[in-house]
Ligand binder design. Structure first.
Ligand SMILES: *[C@@H]1O[C@H](CO)[C@@H](O)[C@H](O)[C@H]1NC(C)=O
Ligand SMILES: *[C@@H]1O[C@H](CO)[C@@H](O)[C@H](O)[C@H]1NC(C)=O
Length: 316
């Protein structure tokens, strides 16, 4: 009776969580493809190799979660993205340096964001993850304006100041308690940013506040408290101001990339979490030949360890 009762309570509880873990979901897609928006090359040393790029660490990160990757160019028409949206199972918005309102990156992010809102509203599950600038982009899309201010934390690894909500979040749902403890004590999250959202800005903005739950905060070098981890309340959208991918895939000796046991575990579990969200999307390519042609495997990353902070970069 007790077991029966607690199972029932659990069901009641999970019915209020918009994004159940996949293990409770009947229909899953075990051949997911996650799209990654390319970044415009602005760095002079990278210009000889292409107009757009994706650091390979992001690709490895998604692949490590059990997904394939499609690089998505940012210079195409809306119709193209509408078509791509029906074929991929999630979107990763990566870090970089683009104008969050006027760039092609912002334009394409907005198209996907609006498609994802509509799809999720209609029961068509589609996750989006923003890392660093990607999270900032999500905040601009939700708030309808750029609310970033100076919150410098450049090349610094930190523990997270987790909120009470973090312990009921989807993002950390599967984390062992030892890792949750380590997250608050050990420098597991690498920061490379000048700008961010202060806690105050966030809480004073009704759009952000209604849309996202804050899972963690951190203190910037100038003393500002910034929001470092968020998840949407009613959508499978997630944002981190820090860089989970570097914990396993970046090794530049001048950078504070965390590589400890817990750092690697954190990166691994978040990649698995996001890809698992992608498994809930049943979008797919009708034609397997088209799928084969657009996957990242058609591209070869270039060794860039001698002129960038990335070991390898895909150029397009
Ligand atoms: C962590 O966050 C809480 C609540 O937001 C705040 O009261 C506390 O001072 C913060 N601690 C640190 C170390 O940032
Ligand atoms: C980096 O190394 C490659 C060889 O691996 C070389 O071809 C290239 O010129 C080097 N680039 C710079 C900027 O040193």
């Amino acid at each position: 009776m007790l077991n029966y009762l607690s199972a029932f309570t659990w069901l009641l509880f999970v019915s209020h969580v918009p994004a159940l873990p996949t293990r409770f979901n009947k229909h899953t897609n075990e051949r997911p493809v996650i799209g990654i928006l390319t970044q415009i090359v602005t760095d002079e040393v990278m210009k000889p190799y292409g107009n757009t790029y994706i650091p390979a660490g992001y690709v490895k990160y998604i692949e490590s979660g059990g997904s394939r990757v499609m690089a998505i160019r940012v210079d195409d028409h809306e119709k193209y993205y509408e078509d791509v949206f029906q074929k991929i199972n999630g979107l990763l918005l990566i870090g970089g340096a683009a104008d969050l309102e006027t760039s092609d990156f912002a334009r394409v992010a907005k198209i996907f964001f609006n498609l994802a809102l509509k799809a999720n509203d209609a029961g068509d599950y589609f996750p989006i993850w923003g890392t660093c600038m990607g999270m900032q982009q999500l905040s601009v899309l939700v708030a309808g304006e750029n609310l970033l201010t100076n919150t410098p934390a450049e090349n610094e690894a930190r523990p997270l100041n987790l909120t009470a909500e973090a312990y009921q979040s989807r993002m950390f749902w599967d984390f062992p308690s030892a890792l949750m403890e380590a997250l608050t004590q050990e420098p597991l999250t690498a920061n490379f940013h000048h700008y961010g959202l202060t806690l105050e800005t966030f809480q004073e903005n009704k759009y952000l506040n209604n849309f996202f739950t804050i899972l963690s905060t951190n203190i910037a070098d100038n003393g500002a408290v910034f929001v470092s981890t968020i998840e949407a309340k009613k959508y499978p959208f997630y944002g981190v101001q820090w860089h989970p991918e570097v914990n396993r895939f970046s090794w530049d000796r001048t950078k504070t990339f965390p590589h400890s046991y817990h750092a690697v575990q954190l990166s691994t579990l978040l990649a698995q979490f996001f890809v698992n969200e992608g498994r809930r999307s049943l979008h797919h390519f009708e034609d397997p030949r088209e799928e084969d042609k657009v996957l990242i495997y058609n591209h070869t990353p270039l060794y860039t360890g001698n002129f960038t902070a990335y070991e390898q970069v895909y150029f397009f």
